[in-house]
Design a protein around this ligand. Structure first.
Ligand SMILES: CC(=O)[C@@H](O)[C@H](O)COP(=O)(O)O
Ligand SMILES: NCC(=O)COP(=O)(O)O
Length: 246
């Protein structure tokens, strides 16, 4: 039997809408409460350096409002490390970040940044925070994650999602194989594989069907869909699609 697949809901873009008017509505904390009420397995929030969506004060409020595990996405900086150690999320997912990017464009270069990442991973792990590295499904990066002692890798599914949207079926198949092969290799080496970025109702099932993948983190699409059907229904439907694919 396949292992269960968790759904982590990224609520960043509830905060994007809130910030557009500078007030406090819609509140990402209310989104987190709804996710908890419909059986979501976790909350993901990316505290960007420029604070374009989630802000520092949101983290504590999210943690106080629900018992769901918080997966804090963060750049590998001293500032973010200090914030993570202060808030003690369940997991910290280290992501690459460029201030000018529209969204996270690729995976972390865990292989090229070993010396920068090692002390951060060590300090997080030392305090009992589960460390995840957001990487491309690539053997060199996976090997680097192993050397760094990460407990989790989250495979960046952005290329897969783009290819799916553009109807490039050969590329979709290539990307899927890459993610599936690396998920198997990660699991064999004792690292828990997750996946996320750009997942939608239309493209989630082949990723959800990869048996070793333990968690999907999905945000932008769910928040967009929530505008039409409500967050509760959007999360429920995503959950159904994931379960059916399993
Ligand atoms: C790492 C990742 O994929 C998410 O954090 C995503 O990046 C959030 O949305 P933005 O990239 O729009 O900040
Ligand atoms: N780590 C991926 C994530 O949290 C959500 O990405 P997206 O669904 O907002 O593209």
């Amino acid at each position: 039997m396949n292992r269960p697949l968790r759904l982590g809901v990224n609520i960043d873009h509830v905060a994007t809408i809130r910030n557009a008017r500078g007030g406090d509505h819609p509140d990402p904390v209310r989104a987190a409460e709804i996710v908890a009420s419909v059986g979501g397995d976790g909350i993901t929030a990316h505290l960007r350096e420029d604070r374009r969506h989630i802000r520092d004060a949101d983290l504590k409020r999210i943690q106080e409002a629900t018992d769901l595990p918080l997966n804090l996405e963060m750049a590998a900086t001293e500032e973010m490390l200090e914030i993570a150690l202060r808030h003690m999320p369940h997991a910290a997912c280290i992501v690459p970040e460029k201030r000018e990017e529209r969204t996270t464009e690729g995976g972390l270069d865990a292989a090229g940044q070993h010396n920068t990442l090692a002390p951060i991973v060590w300090k997080l792990r030392d305090r009992g925070i589960r460390v995840s590295l957001f990487i491309e499904a690539d053997e060199r990066q996976l090997d680097a994650a192993l050397k760094l002692g990460a407990e989790v890798v989250e495979f960046h599914t952005g290329e897969y999602a783009h290819a799916h949207l553009d109807g490039e079926s050969e590329k979709v198949a290539r990307e899927l194989k890459r993610i599936s092969d690396m998920a198997a290799l990660a699991a064999k080496n004792g690292i828990e594989p997750h996946a996320g970025h750009g997942l939608t109702y239309e493209n989630v099932q082949p990723i959800a069907a990869i048996p070793q993948i333990a968690e999907l983190n999905i945000g932008h699409y769910l928040v967009g869909e929530a505008v039409f059907v409500g967050l509760e229904q959007a999360v429920r439907h995503m959950r159904e699609l994931m379960d059916d694919a399993r």
